[in-house]
Design a protein around this ligand. Structure first.
Ligand code: SF4
Length: 186
């Protein structure tokens, strides 16, 4: 390939799985509904030292390849389960670690159920773009079992469950398989 003029290009996009669980239960979800159930034994939330390590590696890579910008994608599971403070910490850690001339464009991919005012303010402050995963209108979303009410037109109350704050902090003693968190299959 090199002989034919192909040139390798350094990675410019980094996707972080910041929270490994989801607050919906789409019946087609490749993460939770197929044979590989290894997600059950994985940590719910990205470890703090892993955030630091990821930031250092991104900075190192960008400097080595003289990049002028990189893209950081906050992904899951459902990344908003991590909470806005945690997401802010990730973004600020990466931006603080890289060279000051390097632009870090950040986006988040979410099902939008937890997209409340605090979260939107956080994203506005940090200039984080928001990508929303939808399967169409209300009928299409309801049909795939995302949630009986989880649509853009009438979102349910943000995580109306008793241990949601503990889940966000990653210290929930109820366990991440609690039926009131994932009523269908988690
Ligand atoms: S919102 Fe996405 S991650 Fe969550 S269950 Fe549906 S497909 Fe899976």
């Amino acid at each position: 390939m090199l002989e034919n003029g192909w040139q390798p290009h350094p990675f410019r996009q980094f996707l972080l799985k910041v929270h490994s669980r989801c607050n919906l239960a789409c019946d087609y979800c490749y993460v939770y509904t197929l044979a590989d159930q290894s997600w059950r034994s994985r940590p719910m939330i990205m470890a703090p030292d892993l955030i630091t390590t990821a930031a250092e590696r991104i900075a190192e890579h960008a400097a080595r390849h003289h990049l002028s910008s990189v893209r950081l994608i906050l992904h899951g599971g459902e990344p908003l389960l991590a909470g806005p403070a945690f997401l802010r910490k990730i973004v600020e850690t990466v931006r603080a670690e890289v060279d000051q001339d390097l632009r870090v464009d950040v986006s988040v991919q979410t099902n939008a159920v937890l997209l409340d005012e605090d979260t939107l303010r956080c994203f506005r402050d940090l200039n984080v773009q928001v990508g929303v995963s939808l399967d169409g209108g209300r009928r299409a979303n309801d049909a795939i079992g995302a949630s009986p009410t989880a649509t853009a037109a009438s979102p349910p109350s943000p995580v109306p469950f008793p241990c949601c704050s503990a889940h966000r902090s990653g210290i929930c003693t109820a366990g991440c398989f609690a039926p009131w968190i994932w009523p269908t299959n988690r």
